[in-house]
Design a protein around this ligand. Structure first.
Ligand SMILES: [Zn+2]
Length: 340
């Protein structure tokens, strides 16, 4: 059994390699999909490296403030080639609340309606088996991202069938002849970065301090907060927290804690408001693209016409949001936090 993992320096990683060192074996693996370009099975290494750099940019734009670059530990393409994301002994940002105790394998592409290739499934199984022998993890696949978060990740076609098939194949590989693994995985980085205070910190009205500023910046990034970034949680901060919670469909307690923080962290920067009759603003397209990725029939042309209005209203109604057909902070966050 030989499985090659193309290392970070080959694909050209430029951003931080996770935010802290991890020691010991993980409990197992969660599986994700990237919902980025779905390359064909005959894609070139150059194309895949470019996709890895794109994934790194996405991870950095979402979690860079927490010292993160690419989010996932291993990325598998339809070609069957595997790439090193965040190193196995560094903490990534993939499986909300479990980033220190599990690792991640991400299928590059969108698997909501597309089957993973046989080559990719085989590679994932080989990685699972190898990782167990190498002491990366003690179990195999523990679940798909959706098992622990309101997300469609890793896509129906990865989730519904192959998860157990991959585990079965990995067990078969482990039960077979003495394996000879030879992955190209560099030693863990010794670079240290200050890690973000992820757990046990709560911000609510009346609080004062840098933790409040962090919450305000995050809420401003998503369009919920327009007030001063003054490290003081007043009524405006509380209103913004509740608005985020409503959009994300989580408990509306007005307290910025792990749940709110995790919901916000998965949402890209708010592109701005889009209303019926706006053209070529560069704002409508991100909504249309996300709706299309979620399976809605919509034309991605950056034109907010009647068709887009109808789909936005249908989405808003389905999620119990204000039905106005406009794209605003509430709709934007819901598009990234609500289950399909
Ligand atoms: Zn995921």
């Amino acid at each position: 059994m030989t499985v090659e993992v193309i290392s970070r320096d080959v694909w050209g990683a430029r951003r931080p390699n996770g935010d802290k060192n991890l020691s010991g074996a993980a409990a197992g693996v969660f599986v994700h999909h990237s919902v980025t370009t779905h390359l064909p099975e005959d894609a070139t290494v150059e194309q895949e490296c470019a996709e890895m750099r794109k994934l790194e940019s996405i991870g950095y734009s979402r979690f860079g403030a927490f010292g993160q670059g690419i989010s996932y530990n291993l990325v598998v393409f339809p070609s069957g080639r595997a790439y090193e994301g965040v190193s196995m002994h560094r903490r990534g940002a993939h499986t909300d609340g479990r980033n220190s105790v599990v690792r991640s394998i991400c299928f590059a592409g969108n698997y909501q309606a597309t089957e993973p290739s046989a080559a990719a499934v085989e590679t994932a199984a080989q990685l699972l088996a190898h990782g167990k022998l190498a002491g990366w993890w003690t179990g195999l696949i523990l679940g798909g991202h959706r098992d622990i978060k309101a997300t469609s990740c890793p896509g129906n076609r990865v989730y519904l069938l192959p998860l157990e098939a991959m585990n079965a194949r990995a067990r078969a590989l482990l039960g077979g002849a003495a394996p000879v693994g030879n992955p190209v995985v560099p030693a863990p980085s010794t670079a240290t970065r200050s890690s973000y205070r992820v757990s046990g910190e709560y911000v609510q009205r009346g609080d004062y301090g840098p933790g409040v500023g962090d919450a305000q910046r995050e809420l401003a990034r998503l369009g919920f907060y327009q007030g001063e970034l003054d490290d003081a949680a007043g009524p405006q901060t509380e209103t913004a927290i509740r608005a985020l919670q409503l959009a994300a469909g989580i408990a509306r307690d007005g307290v910025w804690g792990d749940e709110s923080r995790a919901a916000a962290a998965g949402v890209p920067d708010y592109p701005g408001v889009t209303v019926l009759g706006t053209r070529h603003t560069g704002r409508t397209e991100p909504y249309q693209q996300r709706l299309a990725d979620r399976g809605w029939r919509i034309t991605v042309d950056d034109w907010h016409g009647g068709g887009t209005d109808k789909v936005l209203k249908a989405f808003q109604a389905e999620k119990g949001l204000t039905v106005d057909g406009d794209g605003g902070p509430q709709t934007w966050t819901a598009l990234y936090t609500r289950p399909l």
